[in-house]
Design a protein around this ligand. Sequence first.
Ligand code: NG1
Ligand code: ZN
Length: 534
Amino acid sequence: NLPVSELAAACDKYPKPEGHVYSYGTAGFRTQSKWLESVVFRVGVIAALRSKRHSSKFIGVMITASHNPEDDNGVKIVDPRGEMLPTDWEPYCTTIANAPDAASFLVALDDLCSKFKIDVSKPCKVIYARDTRPSGLALVAALQLGLKAIGCEAIDEGIRTTPQLHYLTRATNTEGTKDDYGVPSIPGYYEKLANAYKRLIRRRDDTPLVVDCANGVGAIAMKELLEYLPKDFQVTLANTDVFVPGVLNHLCGADFVKTKQELPPSLKGVLKPGHRGCSLDGDADRLMYFYLDPKGGFHMLDGDKIAALIAGYFVDKVKLCGFKEPPRVGVVQTAYANGNSTKYIQKTKGLPLVCVSTGVKHLHHAAEKFGIGIYFEANGHGTVLFSSDTLDTIRNHEPQTPTQDDNTKDLKALVDLINSTVGDAISDMLLVEVILNHLRYDAQAWDSLYTDLPNRLVKVLVRNRDEFQTEDAERRLTHPADLQKFVDSQVAKYPDGRGFIRPSGTEDAVRVYAEAASRFEADQLANYLAGWTY
Ligand code: NG1
Ligand code: ZN
């Protein structure tokens, strides 16, 4: 049985704020940090139960609010293979978080245990980390109390990037097995990436790369990684003020670049025309590239451009290996993918492509259906998945020529370079650098794969976002009645026009997206649709 009295006593130490309603969404629980202590305490207990459900494997807990403001925070649960918590647990998490007192908290835990047939007598293990937010420390204390109350073995990984925590969770659970994911330690993570990078990189006579670390945990990870990389990996780190209050994600970082579509002001004069720059977000799971042309004009290379680069590279790489049955390379996007990126991947490269609802779990799931599945959100979150069949194919392949041999070795190293557990800005950055190096592309050559259609994303605050319901991978509204007809009638007026409205999964808002042949038209369409969304 559950240690009821310990759990009740601990629950009373973190009373649920009255009137506040929580919901386990796309990114777990996320809100202003002052509301989160009771939630994080309860998430500790849920994660322990998830571990019991999973034959006592390690479950990850990450405390972060990613690209959101510094005062926000959040918490999410990571499954044993580094994946997101399955959707059918989400409503139970929500109910447990909203239980008004200790008695109802215990009832909600009992419901979860009976629904998922959890054997509470099993041991449980949790591994956790947090980003650099000042609120993280108090939240970790709440988490620790939850873990202690239920008698959970715990590993505190301190301040780490979200993808590092995903890596550690998977590596810890697979150590010494056939699916061994790597040494389950932070040095193990850096060594895995750096060794793969060293195998892959050819002579590097390139311009230095500027990395905007968003004043977040990515700055710590980048500095540590550089110790493992060859000295000719020339990089300038910017926005590394990790412990200065108020600067996290402020006027910098991947989300700033994507939403403003401009250079972070702090990089003016730092990024030289023709050189590449990239921005990480506050927990280093999103990556945006960019460059300045000779006239100083800003050009963004977003998640779609990254996916296009990676997909084109992999499809050619696989051909060069000479497999009898080559793995099927495919791409997964969301409705936010630029129309011309979709066209490029499908028409120019002839690759299979699927569009799914926003949120990593949907993308990840769809990408698993390919032999090599590349998924990216336009905002720069993404990775590459290799199916177990593909891994076997690569492992057992007997190359017939030196070229095949060389390319197969490259492919093996690419598997190691990529953090397949979740989008990882640092691993993705090394991957992009390797591909550009192999293809001898500079930023402009990469950018010219296709031209982005001008687009605009607008956030509209509405009374109740639940009134907005969608179908067709969130590309069409079913409710409110007739709003979709209006959207269709407006979109039809614009050449290359596309537009959709969907409720956010992470904020109390509705998002309106539009793209069209010109900047003016994209803005006009977005603003017009937004005006009708109130
Ligand atoms: P919502 O709030 O559901 O739009 C946002 C991002 C997602 C994803 C999640 C999780 C956009 C338009 N939406 O979701 O892509 O990253 O946050 O952080 O960027
Ligand atoms: Zn993030």
